[in-house]
Design a protein around this ligand. Structure first.
Ligand code: B12
Ligand code: SF4
Length: 514
């Protein structure tokens, strides 16, 4: 069968700071090819809707599969499915990915028949079985693990047993030069581990994977890395190098192979402090950017986000990251409760530190604990606003003023690293990019005001809403994590970490899940 994989368009952040390859979809497409089908992939972060429809008309796929990791992309995916159905009534259309897995039933209802099914969980695990049913017996759909259709639901989604068996179909992605992250231009993505052993209340990374944590073997990781042509590499792991042994072994294998790249990764402050040797080694190997999850700059804020890391430790982690001599970015979560004074304090603090500071807005998502425990009621059911750049909970300031403060703060912070000042600091790198025809980073330096604008953010709240999100269930004081999992939990056995690391995780997490 002809299988077309589609990644939806960019959200706000991707319009400026970075654009990354849809690794999950490349893995699904690879599984489809292994099962003997013909696969193509189009990424609407780097191609237009017209390009997509041209491809559908010319290539006439038997199956179209959308990736929906981001809740904010739901309306786009539903509309594309409906338009595709109108053009090709017999094409089988399905959706998978992170957010689709948590909102399967409502997605099917919005699509009113234009989406044949949702495949929950890890696509590689059961996509070939799904295609088998599509080709030979559509009634068998409800026997495919993770498949949900308007007619019913199959058995629970299955976990991929061995990550080493997976190879992303990177060759399917046209325009690879479009992918970049800051000065890493162009940049590819790689996965060294999957899942997260922590259980932060505002996050759905752990609930999706049933709090499991699996690793790619060092040999396999380095083989994959060696096949990447791009000089920049984004390590997509939720928390990089949870266990030092794994990070050191991959590092040693990279050194042995003489691979030279520049890397970006995201990790936690307490992991950084626990595994200093690993991060020092990776700095020698080419680690250039690190994103540290701190989330708040005061004890109260950190408690609220249930990071059991004391403020002293958070600053110590920042100090250590600084000492590595690499670019460090941190994220702060702005609460809709923030008033002008709180924004001013944050601005002041951020201006005093050299790091890149990213500010996102506290947003409860389906699949998280906060979705069920947040007592403040969401004031919009427009999926498009759930991109952590908009306020979906009631704001203390009038909404227009909240956005003015937010964007003013984001602008002050962004300007530390954008425009001519930033250009002067990295002129040699940028001139090198331009000489090779890579313009993504250079252009990003001047885009801030066209994308981040308080009037545009406010206007987004007044767009007609075609698809309304389902309301959260009645507020619960305590949530049983089993209600949240997409992939079933296997407890301790599902986490590929040693006992010392398991104890460290236990001491730094707040939840009581298995
Ligand atoms: C890497 C990453 C990014 C990257 C790359 C995204 C990309 N181009 O794909 C960058 C840095 C760009 C990014 C940005 C953002 N991200 Co992000 N990101 C992640 C992260 C850490 C890992 C995703 C990943 O690549 N995993 C590895 C691959 C192999 O897995 P995968 O993509 O999930 O795919 C698997 C399954 O989902 C499924 N699948 C996926 N697609 C399909 C399609 C079909 C048909 C099928 C059957 C299956 C299937 O099978 C795949 C293989 O197993 C996740 C957290 C997580 N662990 O999921 C957050 C996460 C997805 N991001 C999140 C958010 C909020 C954002 C931003 C909105 C943040 C911001 N600052 O604005 C932006 C939006 C970007 C945009 N779309 O324009 C949230 C999503 C919340 C939500 N419910 O919508 C997550 C869950 C993080 C979190 N803990 O809350 N992100
Ligand atoms: S450490 Fe917390 S925020 Fe980070 S991925 Fe894990 S559960 Fe999510």
């Amino acid at each position: 069968m002809r299988f077309l994989a589609v990644h939806p368009g960019p959200l706000m952040y991707t319009k400026i700071f970075l654009r990354l390859e849809p690794l999950g979809l490349e893995l699904v497409a690879a599984a489809v090819r292994r099962a003997g089908h013909e696969a193509r992939l189009i990424d609407l972060q780097a191609a237009s809707h017209e390009d997509y429809f041209r491809l559908v008309d010319d290539w006439q796929p038997d199956v179209v599969a959308f990736s929906c990791n981001y809740l904010a992309n739901v309306p786009e995916v539903v509309d594309l499915a409906k338009l595709t159905r109108a053009r090709r009534p017999n094409t089988f259309i399905f959706v998978g990915g992170h957010s689709a897995s948590f909102t399967a039933q409502e997605l099917l209802e919005h699509a009113a028949g234009a989406i044949d099914c949702i495949l929950k969980g890890e696509g590689e695990a059961s996509v070939s079985e799904l295609l088998e049913a599509v080709a030979h017996d559509r009634r068998a759909l409800d026997r495919v693990p993770g498949a949900v259709s308007l007619d019913g639901e199959g058995p629970p989604a299955r976990l991929v047993e061995n990550l080493d068996a997976l190879v992303p179909a990177r060759d399917l992605l046209k325009r690879r030069r479009k992918y970049f992250l800051g000065t890493l231009d162009p940049c590819a993505s790689i996965e060294f581990a999957r899942g997260c052993p922590w259980d932060c209340s505002f996050c759905s990374a752990w609930t999706f994977y049933g709090r499991s944590y699996r690793v790619v073997s060092p040999e396999r990781a380095v083989e994959d890395l060696a096949s990447i042509r791009e000089p920049g590499v984004f390590i997509v792991d939720d928390v990089a190098f949870v266990q030092s042994k794994h990070g050191l072994e991959i590092g040693e294998a990279i050194a042995r192979r003489g691979i030279r790249k520049q890397y970006y990764l995201e990790t936690r402050g307490d992991v950084l402090l626990r595994n200093k040797d690993v991060f020092r080694m990776w700095t020698r190997l080419g680690l250039s950017y690190m994103f540290l999850g701190l989330e708040a700059i005061d004890e109260e804020g950190l408690r609220k986000y249930r990071k059991r890391i004391s403020l002293g430790h958070a600053f110590e982690a920042l100090e250590f990251a600084r000492s590595l001599g690499i670019a460090v970015a941190i994220n702060l979560i702005a609460d809709p409760e923030w008033d002008r004074e709180r924004f001013a304090v944050v601005r002041q603090w951020c201006l005093e530190i050299p790091e890149i500071v990213n500010i996102s807005v506290n947003t409860p998502y389906p699949g998280t604990e906060t979705w069920r425990t947040e007592a403040r009621r969401i004031h919009t059911r427009d999926y498009r606003l759930y991109d952590i750049q908009h306020a979906v909970l009631p704001t203390k300031l009038p909404l227009a003023e909240f956005y003015e403060e937010l964007v003013h703060t984001q602008r002050v912070l962004a300007m530390k690293h954008m425009g001519w000042t930033a250009f002067r600091d990295v002129a040699t790198i940028v001139l090198g990019h331009l000489a090779r025809g890579q313009t993504n980073f250079f252009r990003s330096l001047w885009k801030f005001d066209s994308v981040f604008n308080p009037k545009l953010l406010l206007a987004d709240h007044h767009r007609p809403v075609a698809y309304e999100m389902k309301m959260p269930p009645p507020v619960q004081a305590k949530v049983d994590p089993r209600q949240l999992y997409v992939l079933q939990a296997r407890g301790r056995q599902g986490r590929a970490i040693d006992d010392a690391t398991e104890q460290f995780v236990d001491a730094t997490r707040m939840g009581t899940s298995e």
